[in-house]
Design a binder for this molecule. Structure first.
Ligand SMILES: Cc1cc2nc3c(=O)[nH]c(=O)nc-3n(C[C@H](O)[C@H](O)[C@H](O)COP(=O)(O)O)c2cc1C
Length: 347
């Protein structure tokens, strides 16, 4: 079924195809009739609850950040069977992102290169889309970042602003310091800069949690890391994460590496995702698990194109997985297959 749809979508420019898909999903999920159609089309969500980060996830698969940047279609993705959906990256103010074209398919490699640069409508727009009831059981993550024009010295104020605005809607929060497409952002991933940023965010999260009261959940705060950190930088980042008391880690974002690619679009600058990232991301998950002694839950993302890829991430130490590029190449059916595969491996 998805083969035909994919053939049509792949005729469009990648970013246009993305907007068509997400826009259709957003429109369908906006009405109860549309939601019933989505449920009928996608089938029931695989129910295989997992306790992670103090939350109950209905199953172990989630939608990675960047697909639903402006939080317009998350209810539709929930209908697709995802146990969790991570919206964002959301910035304080709306911004255009990098000039187009900025997303490229690499079909021979089952990969994508993007240099989006956090285009989006900003946090007030997202807040309006996050209001209202959540699909039963869905765990909603909010991934946030800084505006391009904000100097690195002032980055903390941007992260705090989005957290203040959106924490009330989130089940978990993700600090994105690993996108390769916002100049300088990855400099926040190590050393004193990271520790200061994370300490400020954890302190604020604690205040927000208290303000939100007993009805609110544990509101875990996670950091999303790049797959391109040297061993020393990874240690450095993990030390800051440990000192600040961050709850969990998302590994990984896209890579700057281009080894072994065949598609002509490999020359494009930006972050690479999909099949060629799989092994590297799994290795990073394994390293983080080993270096943290399994103390902090890891959400693994990067090159999960089938059930076996997802199982390898769990074997490396992940508690949950997310997909992005796999959804483009494999279609919505991948969600249920991975959820089922991971559920079966639990017994
Ligand atoms: C077009 C595109 C946009 C993305 N935007 C974001 C983003 O805004 N924030 C983020 O944390 N990750 C973003 N990502 C990274 C994904 O969340 C994920 O970490 C990465 O693509 C690896 O997973 P995959 O191989 O399953 O795609 C983006 C990826 C793609 C392909």
């Amino acid at each position: 079924m998805y083969g035909l749809l994919r053939a049509l979508l792949f005729r469009l420019d990648p970013e246009r195809a993305h907007h068509v898909a997400v826009g259709s999903l957003a429109r369908l999920s906006a009405t109860s009739v549309g939601r019933r159609m989505l449920h009928a089309g996608f089938g029931a969500r695989v129910e295989a609850p997992a306790q992670v980060l103090g939350l109950t996830f209905p199953n172990r698969i989630g939608l990675a950040a960047g697909f639903d940047k402006d939080a317009t279609a998350w209810r539709g993705f929930a209908a697709m069977g995802f146990g969790h959906v991570e919206v964002g990256t959301i910035t304080p103010l709306g911004q255009p992102g990098n000039p187009k074209p900025r997303v490229f398919r690499l079909p021979e490699d089952r990969a994508v290169i993007n240099r989006m640069g956090f285009p989006g409508e900003g946090m007030a727009f997202a807040a309006a889309r996050l209001q209202g009831p959540k699909p039963p059981g869905l765990v909603l993550g909010v991934n946030f970042g800084k505006n391009k024009d904000t100097p690195l010295e002032d980055a903390a104020a941007d992260y705090l602003a989005v957290m203040n605005e959106l924490a009330q809607y989130a089940d978990y929060l993700v600090v994105n310091v690993s996108s390769p497409n916002t100049p300088g952002l990855r400099k926040l991933q190590t050393g004193a800069r990271l520790e200061a940023l994370l300490q400020a965010l954890v302190a604020r999260r604690d205040v927000l949690r208290a303000e939100l009261g007993t009805g609110a959940g544990p509101l875990p705060l996670l950091v999303k890391l790049a797959p391109d950190l040297s061993d020393a930088d990874l240690d450095d980042a993990l030390e800051a994460i440990d000192h600040a008391g961050i709850d969990g880690i998302i590994a990984t974002n896209t890579t700057l590496d281009r080894a072994g690619l065949r598609s002509p679009a490999k020359r494009e600058s930006g972050g690479l995702s999909g099949a060629p990232l799989s092994e590297r991301a799994t290795r990073v998950v394994g390293e983080i698990y080993r270096r943290t002694g399994g103390k902090r839950p890891i959400i693994a993302v990067g090159g999960i194109m089938d059930v076996d890829d997802a199982l390898r991430k769990i074997d490396a130490g992940a508690a949950l997985v997310q997909i992005y590029t796999g959804l483009i190449y494999g279609g919505p059916g991948l969600v249920g297959r991975v959820a089922r595969g991971l559920a079966d491996s639990d017994v």
